[in-house]
Design a protein around this ligand. Structure first.
Ligand SMILES: Nc1nc2c(c(=O)[nH]1)N(C=O)[C@@H](CNc1ccc(C(=O)N[C@@H](CCC(=O)O)C(=O)O)cc1)CN2
Ligand SMILES: Nc1nc2c(ncn2[C@@H]2O[C@H](COP(=O)(O)OP(=O)(O)OP(=O)(O)O)[C@@H](O)[C@H]2O)c(=O)[nH]1
Length: 451
């Protein structure tokens, strides 16, 4: 695809198991020195893909550890290069000693995510599959892990590729029609292009919905809480988190900064955001805090608006919240129902009655959040995804909408073809190859060392 990475010449090594004590600890080595490291440390290189039990020796032939050795010759390996695994005892001192020996033999300590980066560069994985490796490790619910596993095995990549094929076929057709334009056939007039374009748009919108579900699975549903002072926002946060994550007091305005808390609610990963401090203010220092709170709110998937039962919410009464009026992300909560004997749980108008103090109505809230995530009633996400992917799909959608305008309003087939090409290019960033070091760096640096 016009994107060549020079073969890696150095050999990388790292402890691949989690730091600390463990039953077994694995040292992973990838690169051209793999075979010679095996010969030096265990005396021989075992046959490919067959575990062999050996002593691991230091430079004086004294045993540091004993364990299993595995050799995967490239390209049929995780990284696509020669890979060696030394599976020893999982003690930190032992593992450090074996790693030090391997580094002495000419290997370099791997950076975070470098094994997977090599797998990507050697086309063992595409970019969204590489991201799925990290999402699988970071999964905080079984549903998230399953979705990440599906993306790792290519479920998401195939959907993107299939859509790009569809896009390409329309583009080829449009471009061919442009070439034959002087044959006096008005190809736009028969409506075929318009029909196919509208089907493409529908397909991409459906893919966007599924990608958003996958993003929520992998990254968690972002749930912000707003409301007047003292209505019980922090109490709700603590009740959902199951511990005192926020400070609860009877003094109004206790919460000063944005609090974030990741919780798993009935299998749904949720990032709770307590955005206190939104008010109209002339104080420049306060304004910074207010801006930060708004930025968090703008990013939220759901905005919980809490008021005392029977009281109007801050959205109605407080001009600072004006811009949230009518926002489809709102979910209204009426708290302190214990004081009013108001209806607890889901109400006819879609709002929810709670008594956080008595732990009532929380299950109705969790159910409503699951519904907002598109994952209620045991629905499964087909794949995991990230905000980066969603952004690319959004830009592609804009391209297709633009294409529709070119077609309907301007009847400009050349511009239409260009918009289709743009949509295709943008979607290409999802699976790569991409050659921007910043993007690759930001993706792989968030991995563990040894992955
Ligand atoms: N010991 C160990 N366990 C591990 C890993 C590892 O590297 N080492 N993994 C590390 O992430 C995961 C498994 N991932 C892997 C992915 C591909 C290949 C591999 O050798 N692929 C070849 C051959 C495939 C085959 O025989 O069917 C290939 O794709 O060509 C190995 C591990 C989880 N468990
Ligand atoms: N009766 C009753 N009191 C509650 C309930 N939930 C919270 N409270 C009380 O209301 C008071 C305020 O609760 P917080 O959770 O601090 O309220 P907040 O909205 O976070 O307040 P600020 O941080 O000041 O904005 C505390 O005394 C809580 O114990 C409830 O369901 N019923």
């Amino acid at each position: 695809m016009g994107f060549a990475v020079p073969p890696s010449t150095d050999t990388i090594a790292a402890i691949a198991t989690a730091p600390g004590r463990g039953g077994v600890g694995v040292i992973r080595i990838s690169g051209p020195l793999a075979v010679s490291v095996a010969e030096a440390v265990v005396g021989d290189c075992p046959p490919p893909r067959h575990a062999a039990y050996r002593r691991f020796v230091d430079a004086h032939r004294e045993a540091i550890d004993s364990g299993l050795v595995l050799y995967f010759p490239g390209p049929a390996s995780y990284t696509g290069e020669d890979v060696l695994e030394l599976q020893g005892h999982g003690g930190p001192v032992v593992l450090d000693a074996v790693l030090a020996r391997v580094l002495d033999l000419g290997c370099r300590a791997a950076e975070a995510g470098e094994f997977t980066r090599r797998a990507f560069e050697n086309q063992r994985l595409d970019l969204s599959q590489a991201e799925a490796v990290a999402d699988l490790i970071d999964a905080d619910s079984l549903a998230a892990a399953r979705a990440a596993q599906r993306s790792l095995s290519g479920a998401f990549s195939r959907r993107i590729d299939a859509f790009r094929d569809e896009l390409l076929s329309l583009r080829t057709w449009v471009e061919a029609s442009i070439d034959f334009a002087d044959e006096d056939i008005d190809f736009l007039a028969d409506g075929e292009v318009a029909r196919r374009l509208s089907i493409l748009l529908q397909h991409l919108q459906e893919l966007r919905r599924q990608t958003d579900r996958g993003r929520v699975l992998a990254e968690g549903l972002r749930v912000a809480i707003v409301g007047a002072p003292n209505v019980g926002k922090s109490s709700l946060l603590n009740a959902l988190a199951g511990h005192d994550a926020a400070i609860v007091t009877e003094i109004a305005g206790t919460t000063r900064d944005v609090l974030r808390e990741r919780v798993v609610l009935d299998g749904l990963s949720v990032l709770l955001l307590d955005t206190a401090g939104i008010r109209v203010t002339d104080d420049p220092i306060e304004q910074i805090g207010v801006q930060r709170a708004w930025a968090t709110l703008d990013d939220a998937d759901v905005v919980l608006v809490m008021s005392g039962d029977g009281q109007p919410s801050a959205i109605e009464t407080d001009s600072a919240f004006e811009r949230l009026r009518g926002d489809p992300r709102l979910l209204r909560l009426h708290n302190k129902c214990d004081l009013t004997a108001g209806v607890v749980g889901l109400r006819d108008d879609g709002s929810i009655g709670l008594s956080v103090l008595q732990g009532q109505g929380l299950d109705a809230l969790i159910k409503a959040l699951q519904q907002r995530a598109g994952l209620e009633g045991g629905a499964v996400g087909e794949f995991s995804a990230r905000r980066r992917h969603l952004d690319a799909i959004d830009r592609a959608l804009q391209g297709l909408e633009q294409a529709e305008i070119q077609l309907k309003v301007h009847q400009a087939p050349e511009l239409l073809a260009e918009d289709l090409a743009l949509a295709n290019r943008v979607l290409g960033e999802i699976n790569g190859p991409v050659d921007t070091e910043t993007l690759l760096g930001s993706i792989f640096s968030s991995f563990c060392v040894g992955k």
